[in-house]
Design a protein around this ligand. Structure first.
Ligand code: AMP
Length: 307
């Protein structure tokens, strides 16, 4: 099963303790599409400006990403700049220039409207709502967001959350949105708000899944190579949804496997800037890391007796 992806395509300027890069390929939909493309065919709906380099278009095509829904509008491509300090769990935004994203109409091509697996990567929640309205037969919709939209479009975000199956947020965003420092309480409040399930990404500390009748705690991978966390959340979301779409199965077991594959994709993505690491990622590396995480988090039943 292929999947539909809607989100931002960006030129990012990023500073981490390991480097300083200007106008590199980024954007929520780019990280998520490339990550998902390791599992399934991706149909991308997004917008760029006339300045968007052709080499990036070629790269996305080389990953078999269908770009029929990529609008090239007059104006500049969306730009985001930010920096990270030694605690790279926290992104600090320096500037957000919406440019062509500010007038993006989120029009889904007719032939994509039957998509069953849909990832609404980080984007204006009003556009996410517009996409949902155009879908004819969604089986699983997941959405991601960030503090920028929590601060600027809280009401629209609440509406999106009620309409999707999986909400992806990082720990700081969920605390901010639900106004509590306690993550299980925040997750419960989000479910009460109408979310069917939530995945809380905790950066280098793994992730948590909550639904009304299930909970899963996914471990992290002991990451030693770590240069740039940008796109970690999006590559997680792409791996997660890509696997569910490929298997066309949303059982509890599959969701757990998909969460681990999401973590695996994020763990590779942070090893280098932009899409550099995913560009040279081989399939066997994904399998090996998945198995390593399974080994590292396995433990046996214990028989405790009272003395
Ligand atoms: P992540 O690190 O996974 O949370 O996402 C990083 C990506 O999100 C970057 O490549 C940015 O281009 C993109 N981004 C930053 N701000 C926004 C925004 N307000 N809307 C959509 N995408 C954004």
């Amino acid at each position: 099963m292929s999947m539909l992806m809607v989100g931002s395509v960006a030129l990012d300027s990023i500073k981490t303790p390991f480097g300083d890069k200007k106008d590199i390929l980024g954007g929520s939909a780019v990280y998520a599409s490339v990550s998902a493309s390791f599992y399934t065919d991706v149909k991308l709906v997004a917008v760029v400006g006339k300045d968007f380099p052709e080499e990036h278009v070629k790269f996305l095509k080389s990953r078999n990403i269908n770009l029929d829904g990529l609008q090239i509008n007059s104006g500049q491509t969306f730009r985001w700049s930010g920096y990270y300090e030694y605690d790279m769990n926290q992104a600090h935004t320096l500037d957000t220039k919406l440019n062509v994203l500010g007038t993006f109409n989120a029009q889904i091509p007719e032939k994509f409207r039957n998509s069953e697996y849909v990832l609404l990567a980080n984007l204006d929640p009003e556009l996410q709502l517009k996409v949902i309205e155009q879908l004819k037969a969604p089986k699983l919709i997941a959405m991601d967001t960030m503090n920028f939209w929590i601060e600027n479009k809280r009401d629209a975000l609440r509406e999106v959350i009620k309409k999707v199956d999986v909400v992806l947020m990082n720990d700081a965003e969920l605390r901010q949105f639900m106004e509590t420092p306690n993550l299980p309480v925040a997750a419960r409040r989000l479910l009460e708000l109408g979310a069917k399930s939530v995945i809380i990404k905790k950066g280098e500390h793994g992730s948590l899944f909550f639904s009304k009748d299930d909970h899963f705690s996914a471990p992290s991978y002991p990451q030693e190579e770590f240069r740039d966390p940008t796109g970690a959340g999006d590559s997680f979301a792409g791996g997660f949804m890509g696997y569910l779409a490929k298997t066309n199965n949303v059982s509890k077991k599959n969701i757990r496997q998909a969460i681990i594959l999401g973590s695996v994709m994020a763990s590779f993505n942070v090893e280098d800037f932009s899409l550099s690491r995913l560009k040279r990622l081989a399939h066997h590396e994904i399998v090996e890391r998945f198995q390593a995480i399974k080994r590292f988090s396995h433990f046996e039943e214990v028989q405790l007796v009272h003395q």
